[in-house]
Design a protein around this ligand. Structure first.
Ligand code: GP9
Ligand code: MN
Length: 676
């Protein structure tokens, strides 16, 4: 062995590097520029551009892919390198864009998703296209320039005479493989396990670089297509174990309180709690929601758990108490599985189940997806008169007005109902300003001055504050949505639809606004119309944890008689809504992975990227760091690792249920066993 290594070292010493560099200019340009782009991508997203591990992984894959260039004649090599260059650049551009919008990385499994969300795509184009996302295009351009220079110098013919093609091919390929082997030797077991699960995408790009991440994603996405072929037995075993250990839901003082009442669920697009807690010049952004939250049950520490399926993921998690799938969106790729849903449980209890949304039925594949969620009837765009448009389509006010009439008819004809109304107007990019109505987001102050007659006069001065900012526009848009909600409540009441009804409202996910918007909101300096200096004693630091916690959305359960006015501060996820509501409505779920919040003092909210939250800790799985939320709380290491296990167990079980259709398959199996 020693001898062999010596031989290699000698060979490396003898190697004519000058000659190599002279005859491989295009190849070297390709390798270096691809490497720079990989680093640039990490610089613009996860910020660890100089970390050695992802650089090694990037280099290995670049060498492996590029080695095949030596199978071509020198003058044809440019074409091959240009093709992979375009491919690599596209990976960088797409991931950069995707990160700007979703704070995560792109997946092949999302190709199907993006085709169905073209309208949202438009919103993305308006909202987030930034020059920085296209900076990567310099790479193929550099390659073209170097190529044309080399061509002029007759470089390729000279190379053809000198080199041994086969040797260069095997040499480069082996070098790539060796670098990859070196890299994998440094990979820890946690990193391996995350690579195989692929849900913590930020972590993967940080540790493995963007090219390896994307290649792994390709395999994972293909794997999803063949998923029923492999791994079923293990998944089914875990599923059986998990549910045999799960305690049945306990009764409590809320059991059955809303039994047989109508349920109207409002899917409140992009409404965050921050809007409920904000006022400008004494005017609340959401006076109606604030009234409802004070009169009803308000869950103040509630979080969406949506992934790439955004709205549809929230619908899914709210209805099933499962987490979204780790690759793609359930609504698009796994709608044809069997799920236990609140809608189905209520259907069995004699309810008519209805969904209403004024967008096209194909959006998020709702036309099929709502069927599997257990809705009897889906009223979509074709059922509405599009008489007033805001943002993506029919305005919320018109949508609600028309929906109340439909509900009234439904109630008269079919009796008690569970209806979901999906709002639309408050959708990014929140720029339909002239349609939202008046709502100022500046700061107005009254200043006393003395006029020329020596009299004291009061003058109003205004400081721009959030006017003209994205967050300011968001508040204007939410103010409109809130006003639509106020009208809805009045209209329902006027039509006699509130007397025997529970109104449930949830924000479907955060508005995905940039941190810098909140930096301005909380650090505004009137005098300079700018942000306070970081050293200022009043400066509020908007860090990662602040931002994540600020993503919380409202969850309100309200009845007209205001009988259940209560604020619940326990940490809660979208997946806890179904078991909580099921208990109140007197039905019992079996496959929920969330909890009836009324049975708990503390809880664990699992996020699709592996982060988790309790009343006391927010854990960042990407960095394996956490923030203690209550200053006097003492954390022990065991708690962190126990909650990490809790999190990955739920992510895995949920994902397996979706992929392997376990609820259906395991029930079928049980029936077969009982039948024998
Ligand atoms: C579209 C609406 C918005 O019909 O539900 O979807 P989103 O972009 O929030 O996922
Ligand atoms: Mn949404």
């Amino acid at each position: 062995m020693k001898e062999k290594i010596k031989k290699y070292i000698n060979k490396a010493k003898e190697f004519d590097y000058k000659e190599y560099a002279k005859t491989n200019k295009l190849f070297i340009t390709f390798v270096i520029t691809s490497l720079i782009n990989g680093m640039l991508l990490r610089f613009l997203t996860v910020h660890n551009y100089f970390a050695i591990k992802p650089i090694l992984a990037d280099l290995a894959l670049i060498l492996i892919f590029a080695s095949f260039v030596y199978l071509f004649k020198p003058r044809n090599r440019f074409k091959y390198l240009l093709i992979i260059s375009v491919l690599f650049t596209a990976i960088c551009v797409i991931n950069s864009l995707y990160y700007t919008y979703y704070m995560s990385f792109a997946s092949f499994s999302l190709i199907a998703v993006s085709l169905t969300v073209v309208d949202v795509g438009d919103a993305v184009v308006k909202n987030v296209l930034q020059i920085k996302d296209f900076i990567f295009l310099w790479q193929p351009i550099a390659l073209i320039i170097v190529h044309s220079m080399l061509k002029k110098k007759d470089h390729y013919n000279l190379v053809a005479k000198k080199e041994n093609k086969k040797k260069r091919f095997t040499g480069t390929l082996i070098s790539g493989l060796v670098v990859y082997a070196l890299f994998f030797a440094t990979v820890t077991s946690t990193e391996y396990s995350r690579l195989s699960k692929q849900w913590n995408r930020e972590f993967l790009v940080t540790k493995f670089g963007v090219y390896t991440y994307q290649l792994n994603d390709l395999f994972k996405s293909l794997d999803a297509k063949f998923n029923t072929l492999f791994g079923y037995d293990n998944a089914a075993k875990d599923f059986r174990e998990f549910y045999s250990e799960k305690k049945p839901s306990q009764e409590n003082e809320y059991t059955g309180i809303f039994k047989d009442k109508n349920v109207i669920v409002i899917h409140a697009e992009s409404i965050q709690n921050v809007a409920l807690n904000t006022s400008f010049n004494g005017n609340e952004v959401t006076p109606n929601l604030n009234r409802l939250k004070n009169e009803g049950m308000y869950f103040s520490n509630y979080y969406a758990q949506a992934s790439s399926g955004t709205s549809s993921d929230s619908e899914f998690t709210f209805s099933t108490s499962l987490l979204p799938v780790t690759n793609g969106a359930v609504a698009i790729s796994y709608w044809n599985r069997e799920y236990e849903t609140l809608q189905k449980l209520l259907k069995n209890a004699g309810y008519r189940t209805i969904s209403m949304h004024a967008n096209t039925g194909s959006f998020w594949n709702r036309i099929n997806f709502h069927n599997s969620l257990g809705y009897d009837k889906f009223y979509s765009k074709v059922d509405y008169e599009i008489d007033e448009e805001i943002g993506l389509g029919l305005s919320d006010k018109s949508f609600f007005r028309q929906s109340v009439q439909k509900l009234k008819k439904e109630y008269e004809e079919n009796g008690k109902f569970y209806a979901t109304l999906i709002m639309l107007s408050n959708h990014t990019p929140f720029d339909d300003l002239d349609k939202y109505g008046e709502f100022d987001t500046d700061i107005k102050e009254e200043v006393k001055t003395i006029n020329e007659n020596g009299e004291e006069v009061i003058q109003e001065v205004s400081y721009p504050y959030m006017e003209g900012t994205k967050l300011g526009n968001y508040f204007k848009s939410v103010h409109y949505a809130d006003s639509a909600l106020g009208d809805l409540v009045n209209d329902l009441d006027a039509n006699g639809l509130l007397d025997n009804t529970v109104l449930v409202i949830y924000g479907d996910h955060d508005a995905k606004l940039a941190k810098s918007e909140y930096v301005r909101m909380y650090n505004y300096d009137k005098q300079t119309d700018d942000v306070l200096d970081k050293d200022d004693e009043n400066y509020v630091n908007i860090d990662y944890y602040w931002y994540e916690l600020n993503r919380s959305v409202p969850f309100i359960i309200w009845t007209k008689d205001k009988q259940y006015s209560k604020k619940i501060d326990t940490a809660m996820g979208m997946y806890d809504a179904m078991p909580t509501l099921a208990n109140m409505l007197g039905v019992k779920p079996t496959y929920n992975i969330g909890n009836d919040i009324m049975n708990l003092k503390d809880n664990i909210v699992v996020f699709p990227n592996g982060n988790w939250l309790t009343n006391n800790i927010y854990y960042n799985s990407q960095k394996d760091q956490y923030k203690i939320l209550n200053t006097d709380y003492i954390v022990d290491k065991e708690e962190i690792s126990k909650n990490n296990d809790y999190t990955s167990k739920r992510l895995d079980i949920s994902n397996d249920i979706i992929l392997y259709d376990l609820i259906k398959n395991e029930n079928d199996r049980l029936q077969r066993v009982e039948g024998n």
